[in-house]
Ligand binder design. Structure first.
Ligand code: FAD
Length: 518
C-alpha cells in the first residue's frame, strides 16, 4: 500500500524528539492568534509529561485547557494551516492513564480533555427512547457517568475494571472488562461520536453517517481525530451485586468453566479470572471482604507453592430479589468444577463493585505505591493457544505473582462489531491476559523495572517462537514494521484513514505509529 507514503513518514527510526522541535515563535503565534474560550498555557506543563506507566516523560511546549469543541478545532486547524514544517503535533490527554507515553507530545500541544469534560454537561436521553443513551463529553470520567446515571436509574452496559479513566481514552483503545463477553467492549456500545479531525473539521459520525470515521476512531489509538462527544448506550442499573470467587488447581477445568459461562446469555453478568502463583495466606486475605461457604475446609487449603486459577464472577440483582438470585447462583455454580472449599461470596452495591479498583488505588496511594513504574503487558490469546501459553508462562517464566495481578478471561468476538480499528486474534473466542505489574523504583531484584521488562520480553518471545498468534491490547511498538504486523490485513485501511483524516500526521504522536509529514 502506498497510501500516505510521501506525506506520512515511517517511524522505523522514531525520534520525534530530535527531528521536529517547533520554534518558540510557533507557540507564541498560537497564543496570540487563537481566540479561545479556554486557555493555552505554556507554564506548568510538567504534569502532561507524566502518565500511569511512569516510564516515559516527554515535555510538551503548551497545554490547551479547552472549554469548547471550537477551542480544539481552532487549534488543530491552525496547526494544519501552518503546514508540515511547523513541526507541531497535538495529543489529546484523557486521565493520563496510558502506560508508555501514548498521550504525550514532545514540544507539542497536549489537549487536556478533562477540562472540556468539566465544562460540558451530560445529557441523559431515556424517556421514550428505544435505545436509551447518555450524550457525554469525551473528557468525562466513567466514574462520573456512573454516579450521574444512577440518579436516573440507568448505567452504561460495558465497563473497564477501573473507572477513573475518560470516555475518549478508553474508546481510543476498546474498554474491556468482565461484561464484554455479553455486551462487547465499550467501543461496541456507542451510538454516535463527535470528532475533530486532523484538519480541524468537526464531524458527527454514526454507524450510518460518516461511518468510516466512526469505526476508524473507535479503537483508533487517537490517530484519526479527537473524540469530543459520545452517545453511550445505557441499561437500567442494578442496585446490588453478588460477587463471587472460586479457585481451581486445574487450568483445563478453569478455562472450560469460563468458556461455558461466556457462551450462555443466562449466566453471570460479569466473568473474569486471575492467576495466583505461590501466594501465602490467600484465603485469609479474602475473608476480610468475602464470606466463605466452608470455613473449616477453606482453612485447610494451602496456596503456598501452588499455581491457582481464580474464577471471579458476579450476578446483579434488585433489592428484594436476593433470595431468587441466590437460587439462580446455586444452579449456575452447580455446573462448575471449582474446588468446593474455596467458594467465597460477597454482597455489595453496584457502585462498590464497579469502583472496586479505586479502593486498592487509595490503599496503594497511602503507601506511596501507586505512582511507581507500571510495566504492564496486555495480550489477547486465541482460545486454541491458551493452554500452550499457560504452560509456557505460568510457573515457568513467572514463578510468583507478587508484582501485581495477572488477569485471564475469555471473550467471544462473534457478538462484537468487528468494523472498529481494534485488532484482535483471528479466532472468535480469545483470552485477555493482563500482566499488571508494579516495579519498585530503587530495587535491583525481582520487583525491579528491568527484571519485569525482561520477563515481559520472554513472554512475548514465547508467543513469537511458539506461533501463538497473540495480539497486544493497549499496543506499544517502536517501529512501523511492528505496527504493520500488529494490524495485519487491517493495516492498509488504517493508513488510508490516517491519510484521509489526519493527512499531516499531527495527532497523537505518542503512539509512535506515524511521524509528522515533512
Ligand atoms: P489517556 O491515557 O489520557 O489516553 C490514552 C490514549 O488515547 C492516548 O493515545 C491519547 O492521546 C488518546 N486519547 C485520549 N483522549 C482522547 C480523545 N478524546 N480522542 C481521541 N484520542 C484520545 N483498559 C481496559 O480496557 N479495561 C480495563 O479494565 C482497564 N483497567 C485499567 C486499570 C488501570 C488502573 C489503568 C491505569 C488502566 C486500565 N485500562 C483498562 C487501560 C485504559 O483503558 C487505557 O490506558 C486508557 O487509555 C486510559 O484512559 P485515559 O483517559 O487515562 O487515557
Amino acid at each position: 500500500c502506498d497510501f500516505g507514503r510521501n506525506r506520512i513518514s515511517s517511524t522505523s527510526n522514531f525520534a520525534a524528539s530530535t527531528m521536529y522541535i517547533p520554534h518558540h515563535a510557533t507557540i507564541a503565534s498560537l497564543t496570540e492568534r487563537l481566540k479561545l474560550d479556554g486557555e493555552l498555557r505554556i507554564d506548568n506543563v510538567h504534569h502532561a509529561a507524566k502518565d500511569f506507566g511512569n516510564r516515559y516523560s516527554l515535555l510538551p511546549a503548551a497545554v490547551l485547557y479547552p472549554k469548547s469543541v471550537s477551542d480544539i478545532s481552532s487549534l488543530i486547524n491552525y496547526v494544519f494551516q501552518m503546514g508540515p514544517t511547523s513541526g507541531l503535533m497535538v495529543a489529546p490527554r484523557g486521565h493520563g492513564h496510558s502506560l508508555e507515553g501514548q498521550a504525550q507530545a514532545y514540544q507539542g500541544v497536549v489537549v487536556n480533555m478533562e477540562s472540556l469534560g468539566k465544562s460540558q454537561e451530560m445529557q441523559f436521553h431515556i424517556k421514550g427512547e428505544t435505545r436509551p443513551f447518555v450524550d457525554v463529553s469525551a473528557g468525562a470520567l466513567w466514574i462520573d457517568i456512573l454516579h450521574e446515571g444512577l440518579r436516573y436509574g440507568m448505567a452504561p452496559k460495558s465497563w473497564t475494571d477501573y473507572l477513573h479513566l475518560t470516555v475518549g481514552g478508553t474508546l481510543s483503545n476498546a474498554g474491556i472488562s468482565g461484561q464484554a463477553f455479553r455486551h462487547g467492549p465499550q467501543i461496541n456500545n456507542v451510538y454516535q461520536l463527535e470528532v475533530v479531525t486532523g484538519t480541524g473539521q468537526v464531524v458527527t459520525c454514526t454507524d450510518e453517517m460518516n461511518s468510516d470515521l466512526f469505526y476508524g476512531v473507535l479503537g483508533g489509538l487517537g490517530q484519526f481525530g479527537i473524540i469530543t462527544r459520545a452517545h453511550i448506550s445505557l441499561e437500567p442499573a442494578p442496585k446490588m451485586v453478588k460477587w463471587i470467587r472460586v479457585l481451581y488447581v486445574d487450568f483445563a477445568a478453569f478455562t472450560e468453566d469460563q468458556e461455558q459461562l461466556i457462551s450462555s446469555n443466562s449466566s453471570f453478568d460479569y466473568v473474569e479470572g486471575f492467576v495466583l502463583i505461590n501466594r501465602t495466606g490467600l484465603l485469609n486475605n479474602w475473608r476480610s471482604s468475602f464470606n466463605c461457604k466452608d470455613p473449616v475446609q477453606a482453612s485447610r487449603f494451602f496456596s503456598e507453592g501452588k499455581t491457582l486459577f481464580c474464577l471471579e464472577i458476579a450476578k446483579y440483582f434488585k433489592e428484594g430479589d436476593a433470595e431468587t438470585t441466590d437460587q439462580k447462583i446455586e444452579g449456575l455454580l452447580s455446573k462448575l468444577n471449582y474446588n468446593e472449599s474455596t467458594l467465597f461470596i460477597s454482597e455489595v452495591s453496584y457502585v462498590e463493585f464497579l469502583d472496586r479498583v479505586h479502593v486498592s488505588e487509595l490503599k496503594l496511594q497511602e503507601k506511596g505505591l501507586w505512582d511507581v513504574p507500571h510495566p504492564w503487558l496486555n495480550l489477547l490469546v486465541p482460545k486454541s493457544k491458551i493452554h500452550k501459553f499457560a504452560s509456557e508462562v505460568f510457573g515457568k517464566i513467572l514463578t510468583d505473582t507478587s508484582n501485581g495481578p495477572i488477569l485471564i478471561y475469555p471473550v467471544d468476538k462473534s457478538r462484537w462489531n468487528t468494523k472498529t480499528s481494534m485488532v484482535t486474534p483471528k479466532e472468535d473466542v480469545f483470552y485477555l491476559v493482563a500482566f499488571l505489574s508494579s516495579a519498585m523504583p530503587s530495587s535491583t531484584g525481582k520487583d525491579s523495572l528491568e527484571y519485569i521488562l525482561s520477563q515481559n520480553r520472554r513472554i512475548l518471545d514465547v508467543c513469537e517462537t511458539a506461533n501463538l498468534e497473540t495480539k497486544q491490547y493497549l499496543p506499544h511498538y517502536s517501529t512501523q514494521e511492528e505496527w504493520k504486523r500488529h494490524f495485519g490485513s487491517q493495516w492498509e485501511v488504517f493508513v488510508r484513514r490516517k491519510f484521509t483524516y489526519d493527512p499531516l500526521a499531527i495527532l497523537t504522536p505518542g503512539q509512535r505509529i506515524f511521524q509528522k509529514a515533512t
